[in-house]
Ligand binder design. Structure first.
Ligand SMILES: Cc1cc2nc3c(=O)[nH]c(=O)nc-3n(C[C@H](O)[C@H](O)[C@H](O)COP(=O)(O)OP(=O)(O)OC[C@H]3O[C@@H](n4cnc5c(N)ncnc54)[C@H](O)[C@@H]3O)c2cc1C
Length: 290
């Protein structure tokens, strides 16, 4: 399969890329790792008259930095770079663990964190850790930069808060501190590797076995990644125990309409979500020392 014809651009700066987006409006598309966009263009599920390749922006948008306890990750950082980063493994484990479970080595070497979040595939992995870690997503447009909290970024099926003329430039997360732990667990689709169910959990304890904060991001279950707020409020303020985690996990799909397809029916997805929320919370709590 071949994509439709397009004009190719390879801007040297963020400003040039933004200028191309402004000039060509909805006729322009950004190209990062290309591992979602190119297959969609070849299948003619997406088309673009102007393809704006971000490859020359790698030097400015590919990095992992620690800044005052926060971690700043450039949008063009690849899944492999996220996976192997010691800072992320130690302070934002769900992001590093999710990156290591994406597709195969070729996909991880080409695909980017920014591309994954901006694409917002309902079965993509990284939206779940972004939600659980309360990531701040930095978008740059003609008027400058703005920061979008992860729970205001995803709007369901391939939809985000990004405007057509904006570039996602950075993802920021507060590093997990003492008495905090996080984990990402996934049931991959056997053919594609995408998440049939992916759960990121972050737990903070008071050091005495009580949960003071819990955040849970879920992907693969519905038309977009979501925060399982029913789980969070059920566990917060409780003494952490297997029973408390199991009771909280029963809220994994509260208010959510699970997808129903040939591979996984809605009831199966509900059961997967509850089971994997329980497992992710258990691991996160153990890592928090709770
Ligand atoms: C065989 C295969 C298996 C895969 N398995 C998995 C999996 O298990 N889990 C998973 O999560 N993903 C999986 N993927 C998808 C992969 O992770 C992609 O790399 C990712 O979804 C998109 O990142 P990208 O950099 O390739 O983006 P691209 O494909 O280049 O772009 C995707 C979309 O995001 C937009 N975009 C990209 N970067 C930006 C930016 N900085 N700002 C604004 N918009 C931007 C583009 O315009 C486009 O619309 C798989 C892909 C393949 C081909």
């Amino acid at each position: 399969m071949f994509p439709g014809e397009f004009e190719y651009h390879a801007p040297e700066t963020i400003e040039e890329a933004l200028d191309l987006l402004s000039r060509h409006g909805s006729d322009a598309k950004l190209l990062a790792g290309g591992h979602s966009l190119i297959p969609m263009m070849k299948l003619r599920l997406a088309s673009s008259q102007h393809l704006v390749d971000l490859k020359n922006l790698k030097s400015s948008l590919s990095y992992i930095r620690e800044e005052n306890g926060d971690l700043a990750i450039g949008a063009l950082t690849t899944h492999t770079e996220v996976e192997v980063s010691e800072s992320l493994q130690q302070k934002a484990a769900p992001l590093a663990e999710a990156a290591g479970l994406i597709g195969d080595v070729q996909v991880r070497n080409m695909g980017t964190l920014g591309g994954s979040l901006a694409h917002a595939d309902p079965a993509a992995d990284q939206p779940a850790p972004a939600l659980a870690l309360e990531a701040q997503l930095v978008a740059q447009g003609p008027g400058g930069r703005r920061t979008i909290p992860a729970d205001q970024f995803f709007f369901g099926f391939f939809a985000t808060a990004l405007q057509q003329d904006e570039l996602l430039v950075e993802v920021r997360v507060a590093g997990l501190g003492a008495n905090s732990g996080g984990a990402y667990l996934k049931v991959p689709h056997p053919a594609s590797g995408y998440a049939v169910c992916g759960v990121a959990a972050v737990v903070e304890t008071d050091g005495g076995g009580n949960c003071v904060k819990c955040r849970v991001g879920v992907t693969g279950i519905s038309d977009g990644a979501y925060r399982a707020t029913g789980v969070e409020s059920a566990l917060e303020g409780s003494a952490i125990s297997a029973d408390a985690i199991a009771a909280a996990s029963a809220h994994a799909t509260d208010g959510v309409e699970p997808l129903d397809d040939y591979f996984a029916g809605a009831d199966y997805r509900r059961a997967l979500a509850a089971t994997y929320v329980k497992r992710a919370l258990t691991t996160a709590s153990e890592r928090a020392g709770g």
